[in-house]
Design a protein. Structure first.
Ligand code: LCS
Length: 397
C-alpha cells in the first residue's frame, strides 16, 4: 500500500487500512490465522537469545503469536498508544492490569458505576487477596482525590458506564492520577477509539471488552489493553505469561476483521440509538431515558467535550417497574433478550437481575440502576423496524 499521511487521514479510513502493514512473513493482505502453539528456532543459540530477550521472535502462543501481534498493533494505532496486548476476555484484560499494579495491602480507587463483573472482581474477589477497592461517585472527580492515599495503586474508571451511561471526566481524573504518581486506567468499551481516545485526554492505560463493538458480531469473547511499550512488555512477561489469559489466534483474527468495519458500524449504531432514544423520550410509558447524545443527559456537555459520538447503548426507565420491564422484554421480536452489547443485532436486557445482579440492592440504588431500568444495545438494523418492534411491545405493557 502507498504510504498514507496518518496524521491527516480520517479515522474511518484508518479503521480499514490500519497502520498500513501486510503480513510481514508472507505479504498476505488479510492477516493469516497462525494456528500454531509453538514456533521453531533456527538453531539452539537463536532459541536461547529469544528467551533471553536479546533477539525478537515468536516462541509459544501463550506469550505471543503473529495473528495476536497484528491485532495488538492495530488497536494501539487506533487508540493512539504505543503498544497493545490481547487477552481471552475483557475480564482477563482488566484483572491483569489491576493485578499488575496492586500488591496485597494496597487499594484501588474506582468509579462506582461499572459492568457487574468488574464490580464483583473489585468487591468480592480482590478483597480475598487483601486488596481493597474504594468505589466512589466518579461524576465528581474530587471524590477520587479524597479516596486516594499512599497505598493506592491506580485509579480505575469506566466511561460511559454500563448500563446508565454515567460519565467520568477523563482529563480531570488524569490530573489527580498524575499528581499522585499513579496510573489512570480507562475502560473504553462503550465508546471504542472511534468515539473516544482516553490516552489523548491524559489516561495511561485503556482496557476493552473487545467482545463488544471491536468484534461487533457477537461471535467472540476477548479483551484488549493499550499503554506504553515498556508497560505492555512487562505485562506480557509477567501476568499474561504466568496467569495465561491469552486470546486464541482465531479470535484475534475475528477482531482484526471487526476493526475494519468499526467506523461504519459505530456510525450506524449511533444513528439508530439516537432515533430510538428520541422516540422513547416522548413515550408515555417511559419515565426517563439515558443516552449521552440527548441534551437531557445530565453530563451531555462533558460527553460533547470528551467524546466525538455516542455509541449504541440506550437505557430507559419504564413506568411500572420490574413487572412492566419483563412484559416488554418478553414481547419484543427483533430485539433479542440477551446480555452482551455492541453486536450488529439489537439486544435487550434487565441490568438489575442480569448484568448487574452482582450489585446489592443498596448499591444498585446508589448508582441509579432501578428495577424498571431496561438496557438496549441498538444494532445496525433499520431504525424504523426497531422502533416498530418497541412500539408494539410497549403497547402490551
Ligand atoms: N467492561 C465492560 C464495560 C463490559 O460491558 C464488560 C462485559 C466487560 C468489561 C467484561 O468483558 P468480557 O470479559 O465479558 O469480555 N459486559 C457485559 C454485558 O454488559 N453483558 O454481558 C457482558
Amino acid at each position: 500500500m502507498a504510504k498514507m499521511n496518518l496524521k491527516k487521514t480520517h479515522l474511518a479510513t484508518l479503521c480499514v487500512h490500519g497502520s498500513g502493514g501486510v503480513d510481514p512473513a508472507t505479504g498476505a493482505v488479510s492477516t493469516p490465522i497462525y494456528q500454531s502453539s509453538t514456533f521453531a528456532f533456527k538453531n539452539a543459540r537463536q532459541g536461547a537469545e529469544i528467551f533471553a530477550g536479546e533477539t525478537e521472535g515468536f516462541v509459544y502462543t501463550r506469550i505471543g503469536n503473529p495473528t495476536q501481534s497484528a491485532l495488538e498493533k492495530e488497536i494501539a494505532f487506533l487508540e493512539n498508544g504505543e503498544a497493545g496486548l490481547a487477552f481471552g476476555s475483557g475480564m482477563a484484560a482488566i484483572s491483569a492490569v489491576v493485578l499488575y499494579y496492586t500488591r496485597c495491602g494496597m487499594n484501588i480507587v474506582s468509579s462506582d458505576t461499572l459492568y457487574g463483573g468488574t464490580h464483583n472482581l473489585f468487591m468480592e474477589t480482590l478483597p480475598n487477596y487483601n486488596i481493597e477497592v474504594r468505589e466512589v461517585d466518579g461524576t465528581d472527580t474530587a471524590n477520587f482525590e479524597k479516596a486516594v492515599d499512599e497505598n493506592t495503586s491506580c485509579i480505575y474508571i469506566e466511561t460511559p458506564a454500563n448500563p446508565t451511561l454515567t460519565l467520568v471526566d477523563i482529563e480531570a481524573a488524569s490530573r489527580i492520577a498524575r499528581k499522585n504518581s499513579i496510573p489512570l486506567i480507562v475502560d473504553n468499551t462503550f465508546s471504542t477509539p472511534y468515539f473516544q481516545r482516553p490516552l489523548e485526554l491524559g489516561a495511561d492505560i485503556v482496557v476493552h471488552s473487545a467482545t463488544k463493538y471491536i468484534g461487533g458480531h457477537g461471535d467472540t469473547v476477548a479483551g484488549l489493553v493499550v499503554g506504553k511499550q515498556d508497560f505492555i512488555n512487562d505485562l506480557r512477561g509477567t501476568i499474561l505469561r504466568d496467569i495465561g489469559g491469552i486470546i486464541s489466534p482465531l479470535n484475534a483474527w475475528l477482531l482484526v476483521r471487526g476493526l475494519k468495519t468499526l467506523a461504519v458500524r459505530m456510525e450506524r449504531h449511533q444513528e439508530n440509538a439516537m432515533e430510538i432514544a428520541q422516540y422513547l423520550s416522548f413515550h408515555p410509558k417511559v419515565s426517563q431515558v439515558w443516552y449521552t447524545g440527548l441534551s437531557t443527559h445530565p453530563q451531555h456537555e462533558l460527553a460533547k467535550r470528551q467524546m466525538s459520538g455516542h455509541g449504541g447503548v440506550v437505557s430507559f426507565e419504564i413506568k411500572g417497574g420490574r413487572k412492566a420491564g419483563e412484559k416488554l422484554m418478553n414481547n419484543v421480536n427483533l430485539f433479542t433478550l440477551a446480555v452482551s452489547l455492541g453486536d450488529v443485532d439489537s439486544l435487550i436486557e434487565h441490568p438489575a437481575s442480569m448484568t448487574h445482579s452482582t450489585y446489592s440492592a443498596e448499591e444498585l440504588q446508589k448508582v441509579g440502576i432501578s428495577e424498571g431500568l431496561v438496557r438496549l444495545s441498538v444494532g445496525i438494523e433499520h431504525s424504523q423496524d426497531l422502533i416498530a418492534d418497541l412500539r408494539q411491545a410497549l403497547k402490551r405493557v
